[in-house]
Write a protein that binds this ligand. Structure first.
Ligand SMILES: Nc1ncnc2c1ncn2[C@@H]1O[C@H](COP(=O)(O)OP(=O)(O)OP(=O)(O)O)[C@@H](O)[C@H]1O
Ligand SMILES: [Mg+2]
Length: 284
């Protein structure tokens, strides 16, 4: 892998809390998913890479540039598409105006070319028929698609997507998967999510973070394998202390120690994740 993003000794603290505590990682072309519980530091890491947050210490290299310098930040911003976790839009702008405005900020000066690009990204996210709708009149999922559309403007080399699938209906999630996997063929795509299915379907690499540290870095199959031999299905309710739920066919699926009468089940990415972040103990 030729890294397009390199992170060395990255530190960020808020008050006395270290959110990122000396993080080392590199990313190359392809789609990488970041998983981690609320507060794990995913947004903090992505914001440092997107140059909207200055780290306290550490070295970053993004697309061969150094975001610690003003010229490096400008250079990164020119080649970056960023979907923030909570994008703010002007409610009275229309969908088209919003994208046109971002495209102007992205230095697309030729009006006709810019409008063609706005029309292209609107079609990519399935919002072409909403071009004249005011942002305040959009549904939550449509607003999320608008946020994604602005990140796609001008075909960025690096896409940083903070929870891109939040609020999307199944059809739109599928559309997003197709779009992101196509982009990942030639570019670097980093996305954070809480949807382990997205990771299984979309990401060739998955990084699990918690407490500002990396707990796992590998393939989705490797993450599922963390739970190998620790997932089971049984007909009887497991005893207290086990993490289990009743499946649609009325059986009990247990993560952790296998109850006496249960049979092993195929582990999923979610099982591996849950075991890794130790939430099974907490839930018990
Ligand atoms: N501006 C801020 N001021 C103070 N603390 C902050 C600030 N931003 C984030 N934090 C803290 O930093 C930690 C990491 O937050 P971050 O947003 O990076 O987590 P996350 O992994 O993106 O979580 P989520 O899944 O909820 O989006 C949290 O404990 C959070 O409270
Ligand atoms: Mg976040």
């Amino acid at each position: 892998m030729t890294p397009t993003v390199t992170v060395r000794g990255l530190r960020k603290r808020y008050g006395h809390t270290a959110v990122l505590d000396g993080l080392d990682i590199a990313f190359g072309a392809g789609v990488t998913g970041l998983l981690g519980p609320n507060g794990a530091g995913k947004t903090t890491l992505l914001r440092c890479l997107a140059t909207t947050l200055a780290p306290d210490a550490g070295e970053l290299r993004v697309l061969g540039l150094d975001p610690a310098t003003a010229s490096g930040r400008t250079g990164v911003r020119r080649r970056l598409g960023y979907l923030p976790q909570d994008p703010g839009f002007y409610p009275h702008f229309t969908v088209f105006e919003t994208l046109d405005y971002v495209a102007i900020l992205k230095e697309m000066t030729d009006r006709r070319e810019r409008h063609r690009e706005v029309t292209r990204v609107l079609a990519e996210v399935g919002l072409a028929d909403r071009a004249r709708t005011k942002v305040r009149k959009l549904s939550g999922g449509m607003r999320q698609r608008l946020a994604l559309a602005q990140a796609l403007l001008d075909e960025p080399d690096l896409l940083v997507l903070d929870e891109p699938t939040v609020g999307l209906d199944p059809e739109q999630r599928l559309r997003l998967r197709a779009l992101v996997s196509r982009l990942g063929e030639s570019r670097t795509v980093l996305l954070s999510t809480h949807q382990t299915e997205d990771v299984a379907a979309l990401c060739e690499r998955v990084v699990v973070m918690d407490g500002g540290r990396i707990l796992f870095d590998g393939t989705p199959a490797g993450l599922a394998a963390v739970a190998a031999g620790r997932v089971s299905l049984g007909d009887h309710r497991p005893g207290p202390g086990a993490l289990f739920w009743r499946t649609a066919d009325g059986r009990y699926r247990t993560i952790g120690d296998t109850p006496a009468d249960a049979v092993p089940a195929e582990p999923t990415v979610e099982d591996g994740y849950l075991l890794l972040v130790g939430r099974t103990q907490e839930a018990a």
